[in-house]
Ligand binder design. Structure first.
Ligand code: SAH
Length: 215
């Protein structure tokens, strides 16, 4: 990494700390992952700006603060089985995979699904299982999960995902339409009851049904 990116990465991590990211494990894994490798070459100078950036298939890699915040709120532990909906670039997947036991991640765009698989190989992450499919339905064969993270905004919280959470499990999901204010929501399962807490206002790409074979 050139000296400039190294300095910017350090500044970004300091900024995340000052913005209330206190979980050192989350900061440590983010310090470890080269975000510049998950974006196009022309965007490299912007890799450590606290901003979402475009990736293939008209999607985005989330803003570093949002990655840190959602991961911190998910309270991932080393023995957890985690489901992620919206693999995208694979950046958030690697953050999660470094904190949990096994990560299952679903993407509906084939080029992104393939690209992320390459990244998981490159970074030698062997505890990630990928699926090309519609994550709104979750992953029945692998359920239940200790934690679920959705990285695209749904108009509602999908029922299938709620019921694939373990008792006591937590899901973090942005909720809201594209023309309204979306919020990150934290759902905690207590038996058949779901405790829903609204957290930060955010702007995410939509959670959509169906699959897309090409870019
Ligand atoms: N976590 C990603 C963010 C990608 S943006 C990253 O770090 O890069 C959100 C992603 O969710 C997009 O790639 C989009 O294609 C995907 N997505 C949207 N709806 C989906 C669905 N129903 N199932 C699986 N993936 C979905």
């Amino acid at each position: 990494m050139n000296i400039d990116l190294k300095t910017r990465k350090k500044q970004l991590l300091d900024r995340l700390r000052s913005q209330g990211i206190t979980d050192e494990k989350v900061l440590e894994v983010m310090a470890d992952i080269p975000r510049e490798d998950f974006i196009a070459d022309y965007l490299r100078p912007q890799a450590y700006e606290n901003a979402a950036l475009p990736i293939e298939s008209e999607q985005t890699i989330s803003q570093p603060y949002i990655v840190a915040y959602m991961t911190q709120e998910l309270k991932v532990e080393k023995n957890h089985k985690v489901l992620e909906i919206g693999t995208g670039s694979g950046y958030q997947s690697i953050v999660l995979a470094k904190l949990c036991k096994r990560l299952f991640t679903i993407e509906r765009h084939m080029p992104l699904h393939k690209g992320a698989e390459e990244m998981f190989k490159k970074f030698r992450l062997f505890n990630i299982t990928t699926l090309f499919g519609n994550g709104i339905k979750g992953w029945k064969e692998q359920a239940p999960f200790d934690r679920i993270m959705v990285t695209a905004a749904g108009e509602d919280i999908p029922d299938d995902l709620l019921y694939q959470l373990k008792d006591g499990g937590i899901m973090i999901i942005p909720v809201g339409g594209q023309d309204e204010t979306q919020h990150i929501v934290r759902v905690t399962r207590h038996g058949d009851e779901f405790d829903v807490k609204t957290l930060l206002p955010v702007k995410f790409v939509p959670l959509l049904s169906g699959i897309v074979h090409s870019s």
